[in-house]
Design a protein around this ligand. Structure first.
Ligand SMILES: [Zn+2]
Length: 88
């Protein structure tokens, strides 16, 4: 299966590309600010504490369905969306 041309992002520490079809994708740690993925840390660069955070984040955020916004930043949808809007 061919890889996509664009990775999700790069590790903030070693610049390794993050591919969402990679075997260790679920172990990456993403920092999300208001639903925007702002930083990624690969499994090798994570401390044990960060690794725990990654597991928590993975449970809550649906990284696999992230889509880039107009600036090319991945928008990660929340699996649990407490603010589902009914206001439109
Ligand atoms: Zn790294």
């Amino acid at each position: 299966m061919a890889r996509r041309a664009r990775p999700m992002g790069h590790c903030a520490r070693c610049s390794r590309a993050c591919w969402k079809d990679a075997d260790d994708f679920r172990s990456w740690n993403g920092t999300v600010d208001k639903g925007v993925l702002v930083a990624l840390i690969c499994p090798q660069c994570q401390s044990p504490e960060e690794h725990t955070e990654a597991e928590v984040g993975e449970a809550v955020l649906d990284y696999a369905n992230a889509v880039p916004d107009a600036q090319g930043r991945p928008i990660v949808p929340l699996r649990l969306d407490p603010s589902t809007d009914h206001t439109h």
